[in-house]
Design a protein around this ligand. Structure first.
Ligand SMILES: Nc1nc2c(c(=O)[nH]1)N(C=O)[C@@H](CNc1ccc(C(=O)N[C@@H](CCC(=O)O)C(=O)O)cc1)CN2
Ligand SMILES: Nc1ncnc2c1ncn2[C@@H]1O[C@H](COP(=O)(O)OP(=O)(O)OP(=O)(O)O)[C@@H](O)[C@H]1O
Length: 204
C-alpha cells in the first residue's frame, strides 16, 4: 500500500518539486561519487559519432552547482573529432536570452555572476547554424522533457535552433518517471546521456 502511494506521489511531481529535489541531490553528491559519475558519463559520451556535425554548442559547468564536467567531454572530442567547431553562450538573465560565440583559441572566458564561464565577445553564431546542442539539466523524464533552473532560457534557445539540429541532455542521474506540468514551450530532447545509459527519444 505504501509502495503504491509512493508511486502515485512520484507521478504528481511538478517541475518546481523536481527542480528543488534534484538540485539538492546534486549538491549533496560526495566529491568522489561526483568524480566517478562524471567519469562514467564521459565513457558513455565516447560512443558518440560526431562526424556529421560541424558546429556543436556546449555549456561550461557551474562548478559550485556540481554540473556535469563538460570540459572533459570537449577535451576528448577535440582529439577524437578535430573538425568540430565549438560554440559557447553568453547569457543575459534579465532578458532570458543567450548569444552564441565560436570558441576560438584566443577566446577569453570570464565567469559571470552565476559562475558560468562565458566568452566576452567574438564571432557570433546564429542558432540556426548549430548542428548539435548539448543541454544542461537538473532532471529529465522518459519522454525527453527536461527541468532546468526555471528561467526557460534553454527552451527559448532550442526553439531558435533548426528542427533537424540534434539535442543531447547530459545528466548525472537516471530519469524521473514523469514531469506533470510540461507545456508546448518545452522542447523535448533527442537524447540524454547518463553515467549508466544513453536514452534515445526520437529518430531524426
Ligand atoms: N552551465 C550552464 N550554463 C547555462 C545554463 C545552465 O543551466 N548551465 N542555463 C540554463 O538555462 C542558462 C543560464 N541559466 C541560469 C539560470 C539561473 C541561474 C541561477 O543561479 N539562479 C539563481 C538565482 C538567480 C538570481 O539571482 O535571479 C537560483 O536559482 O538560485 C543560473 C543560470 C544558460 N547557461
Ligand atoms: N520559448 C519561450 N518563450 C517565452 N517564455 C518561455 C519559453 N520557453 C519557456 N518559457 C517560460 O519560461 C519559464 C520557465 O520555464 P521552465 O520551467 O520550463 O524552465 P526550465 O526549462 O526549467 O529552465 P531553463 O530552460 O532555464 O534551464 C516558464 O514560465 C515558461 O513559460
Amino acid at each position: 500500500m505504501f509502495a503504491d502511494n509512493n508511486i502515485f506521489l512520484t507521478y504528481l511531481l511538478t517541475k518546481k518539486d523536481i527542480r528543488k529535489q534534484y538540485l539538492e541531490k546534486r549538491l549533496n553528491l560526495p566529491d568522489d561519487l561526483s568524480t566517478t559519475l562524471n567519469r562514467q558519463l564521459l565513457e558513455k559520451c565516447r560512443q558518440l559519432d560526431l562526424s556529421s556535425f560541424t558546429l556543436v554548442h556546449i555549456f561550461l559547468p557551474i562548478t559550485e552547482k556540481k554540473e556535469v564536467d563538460t570540459y572533459a567531454l570537449v577535451d576528448w572530442a577535440r582529439i577524437a573529432w578535430p573538425d568540430v567547431q565549438w560554440v559557447l553562450s553568453k547569457s543575459d538573465l534579465s532578458t532570458g536570452l543567450m548569444l552564441h560565440y565560436l570558441w576560438e583559441p584566443d577566446t577569453l572566458l570570464v565567469n559571470n555572476k552565476y559562475g558560468i564561464p562565458e566568452p566576452e565577445s567574438g564571432t557570433l553564431i546564429p542558432p540556426a547554424m548549430l548542428d548539435l546542442v548539448f543541454v544542461p539539466l537538473l532532471a529529465f523524464d522518459h519522454k525527453g522533457h527536461r527541468v532546468g533552473y526555471g528561467k526557460g532560457m534553454y527552451d527559448r534557445f532550442l526553439q531558435e535552433c533548426r528542427p533537424d539540429a540534434t539535442t543531447i541532455g547530459l545528466s548525472l542521474f537516471d530519469p524521473v518517471d514523469s514531469i506533470t506540468d510540461t507545456d508546448s514551450l518545452d522542447v523535448p530532447l533527442d537524447m540524454v546521456i547518463t553515467p549508466g545509459l544513453i536514452y534515445q527519444f526520437k529518430k531524426k
